[in-house]
Design a protein around this ligand. Structure first.
Ligand code: AHR
Length: 514
């Protein structure tokens, strides 16, 4: 679906829900201070590693030319996977990876991507290009193994059938003895893939079938009826949820499910941008980053709707696609691939705002997948076009790296006071005496001096900062290390530790409580 329509729907849903519209004019006064109170014993919930999940679609240069170059490529590769990409992603550790779409998923027929004879099919969603299907199920599982990711397959509901999805599940998960399991073995994998996460369609309100929620709910029940624990792997089935905070969709879906409880429902929430990524004005920065307030409100509202069903039993809330969606322009897309988007210091702030929200809402979320992992939208890695050898890490990659120690820890309550016009974004996790506090200043300019108060406990800490004073600055193929984490001073504050957070900077403060 078009970005304009998506934003229109998201804005409409937000307005219907009575949510605040973006605040304008976050300008930070010089010398602003903030007090951040941390409550190490008030636990919100565990930060599931899956909140740092990723998404990869057959779109532009994400798969072909991005992750997969083929064994015969002149681009250095590891069994067909771009070697640099694998190295960087494995170093970060990718908790979960969703594939093959996106919109593409609802026109993907898995049989085209297994075995020696693969048809060439047309990618109807992303430019009508020919997909030779050289990257299919086995190649996806191979990728997941190389980068340490749990696989998440998005099934075809829009143009597929329950039989087709049921067979894909058996092919992937049944250990041996069935015709499909034997076929998998002949295709190179006697061992089952043991895929737990299964999406039952994607954006079924839009590119996934243009359905009404009650129609989709009926279809979901029919699919779920045939999807079983092949080989003992209990599938976590994720139903296609709302566009943004579309409450009408979620209620219609949940009402229509009857007794069939999904493992999760997916919500997609993009933060649209009004300009090419490296040409944002101050107003455009403020407008885009303010959308994160709506994301956080949507998580709370969607969670409370879900809690009203199945006796309050958990249906996981999955933020299946999120991130900034800018307007790179036709020349950039023609050179580098569809939806290829530079990532800037503003992107870093956006990533930090999102990941801080997920920590603060850790008790309400099951999984979050940023869109997308390589070369599409807010990606971790960019390549110099599909044929280029160079591969760089974006500021967003480094934000995920700075947040990595949060994974698996308990999120604890924080309370920020002051900070001038822009509300400081903060979150913290704890493991024994170790804490990680992550801070983002959402104002494009100015510096906030943040006094961190650990409830009177003595603390010592060290920090890293990701910052460039130019919000349009980015890492380029010629200057790949312009924006990387750097050591940042921490001093003794009035009640604990003091750290400075410049405009749009992301700061990670590691603390040891005594
Ligand atoms: O991430 C790009 C597209 O955005 C996906 O294919 C679709 O699910 C969403 O509309």
């Amino acid at each position: 679906m078009s970005m304009d329509r998506r934003m229109f729907l998201a804005a409409g849903a937000a307005a219907a829900a009575g949510l605040a519209l973006p605040r304008r004019g976050w300008t930070q006064a010089a010398g602003a201070t903030a007090r951040l109170r941390l409550f190490p014993d008030r636990i919100i919930g565990r930060v599931r590693p899956e909140l740092h999940g990723q998404f990869a679609e057959h779109l532009g240069a994400c798969i072909y030319g991005g992750l997969w170059v083929g064994r015969d490529s002149r681009i250095p590769n590891d069994e067909g996977y771009r070697a640099d990409a694998i190295k960087y992603l494995a170093a970060l550790g990718i908790p979960v990876l969703r594939w093959p779409g996106g919109c593409y998923a609802d026109d993907y027929h898995w049989r085209n991507g297994v075995g020696p004879d693969r048809p060439h099919t047309v990618n109807i969603w992303w430019g009508g290009v020919v997909d030779n299907n050289s990257f299919g199920t086995h190649e996806f599982i191979g990728l997941c193994r190389k980068i340490g990711a749990e696989p998440y397959l998005a099934g075809n509901v829009g143009s597929g059938s329950p039989e087709e999805l049921r067979d894909w599940m058996e092919y992937c998960n049944y250990p041996s003895g069935s015709t499909l399991a034997e076929e998998r073995a002949r295709n190179g994998s006697p061992q089952p893939f043991n895929v737990r996460y299964w999406g039952i369609g994607n954006e079924s309100w839009g590119c996934g079938g243009d359905m009404r929620p009650e129609e989709y709910a009926t279809l979901y029940r029919r699919y779920a009826n045939f999807l079983h624990s092949f080989g003992g792997v209990r599938p976590v089935m994720i139903a296609s949820g709302p566009n943004g905070n579309d409450i009408r969709w979620t209620r219609g879906l949940m009402d229509g499910l009857g007794r069939t409880r999904p493992g999760g429902i997916s919500m997609h929430f993009y933060e649209g941008g009004d300009a090419p990524p490296t040409q944002f004005t101050r107003e455009q920065v403020v407008k885009q980053l303010a959308i994160f307030d709506r994301v956080e409100a949507a998580i709370g509202q969607q969670r409370s709707i879900l809690d009203g069903y199945f006796g309050g039993a958990q249906v996981g809330l999955v933020l299946d696609e999120w991130g900034v969606w800018d307007r790179p322009g036709p020349e950039v897309e023609a050179r580098y691939g569809r939806l290829w988007q530079q990532d800037t210091q503003r992107g870093a702030a956006a990533a930090g705002l999102g990941l801080n929200i997920f920590n603060r809402q850790a008790d309400k979320l099951y999984m979050c997948n940023i869109a997308q992992m390589v070369n599409v939208l807010q990606s971790l890695l960019l390549t110099d076009g599909p044929d280029g050898e160079r591969c760089i890490r974006t500021p967003t990659y480094y934000v995920f790296a700075m947040f990595k120690p949060h994974r698996g820890r308990d999120s604890v309550q924080t309370q920020a006071e002051g900070g001038g016009a822009a509300p400081l974004s903060a979150s913290a996790t704890r493991q024994d005496r170790q804490m990680l506090v992550t801070l983002v200043n959402p104002s494009p300019d100015g510096v906030v001096q943040v006094d961190c108060d650990f409830g009177g406990l003595a603390a010592e800490g060290r920090a890293q900062i990701l910052h460039d004073p130019d919000w349009n600055a980015c890492n380029t193929f010629d200057q790949p290390n312009r924006i990387v984490p750097r050591p940042h001073p921490v001093t003794a504050g009035r009640r604990g530790l003091r750290v400075a957070v410049p405009g749009l900077a992301v700061v990670a403060l590691e603390v040891r409580l005594s």
